[in-house]
Design a protein around this ligand. Structure first.
Ligand code: ZN
Length: 277
């Protein structure tokens, strides 16, 4: 145990330095009530909920609201979320819908890879590509940032896979990676000159380069086009849901839409659908 109750006690009175799940664990260990340090989220109050908790849940997944360790039966993708009605078993706090959404997208990624290539090496590697796109989309939606720790290795692995002509010609993949980065870098630079602020991030450029490295240059234009359409549709849906007009000046993470557009363009190219034949 990295942070024991004792350390928590010496800190009482000051702002709680432990991450949320451990804070509440420490509070309950001391028998304090909910929100003891003034900064912690409310801890489970009912006796039944407290008995269910195995504090501190550092080893297994823990509920971000109450810190309760989540039992294995509540960790089944999608099924557990539906069975629990989207609420924590212990504290009844709402579980973010991002979990089942990411799980469903992950399942779709694996299915798409198997559908395209069957149970082969190409299928397994393509599955990793699709899953990386799901991860990037989720991270960008949440943080507005596409981590280079994922995009740059993705470019490398794509080029490596196509060195064996797995998904496209090796030369086309190389051109795709350079053209992908180059076009977005150019657009980003011109936009900054004209408008005096950042329009496209270089994270988007690295992602676009990865799409080119995996699918070859032919998928770049359709990926960008589909991405733009998906981004606009997303803005429209969000505006409908929040009942707010679309703000043209507000930053929009383009990454998730580009991930979706890229995956669709990659699939269409592999299937030889009309636009790509
Ligand atoms: Zn909870």
């Amino acid at each position: 145990m990295r942070h024991g109750p004792r350390r928590q006690r010496t800190r009482s009175g000051s702002a709680c330095a432990l991450p949320p799940p451990l804070r509440c664990a420490a509070e309950l260990d001391q028998g304090e009530g909910a929100g003891g340090c003034g900064q912690c989220p409310p801890a489970p109050t009912t006796k039944r909920a407290r008995r269910r908790c195995r504090f501190p849940g550092t080893r297994s997944s823990a509920c971000p609201a109450c810190g309760c360790a989540i039992p294995a039966r509540d960790l089944i993708p999608i099924v557990s979320y539906l069975a629990l009605g989207g609420k924590c078993r212990a504290c009844k706090a709402a579980i973010s819908s991002r979990y089942p959404v990411i799980e469903a997208l992950g399942a779709a990624a694996a299915l798409a890879a198997v559908w395209l290539f069957g149970f082969t090496w190409s299928g397994a590697i393509a599955g990793a590509f699709f899953l990386s796109l799901v991860a990037l989309a989720g991270i960008d939606a949440e943080t507005g940032y596409l981590p280079e720790a994922i995009t740059l290795p993705l470019i490398g692995v794509g080029l490596l896979a196509n060195l064996f002509d797995l998904y496209t010609d090796k030369l086309w993949a190389l051109i795709g990676a350079f053209a992908g980065y180059g076009t977005f870098f150019l657009i980003s630079t011109i936009y900054r000159r004209l408008r005096g602020r950042d329009g496209l991030g270089l994270g988007d450029a690295a992602l676009f380069a990865a799409l080119g490295a995996w699918g070859g240059w032919p998928i770049l234009a359709p990926a960008a086009l589909l991405g733009a359409v998906i981004a606009l549709l997303g803005l429209g849906v969000r505006s409908r849901l929040t009942r707010r007009p679309i703000d043209a000046g507000a930053p929009v993470p383009f990454g998730p839409a580009l991930c979706a557009g890229g995956a669709l363009a990659f699939i269409a190219y592999q299937r030889g659908w009309p636009f790509f034949a």
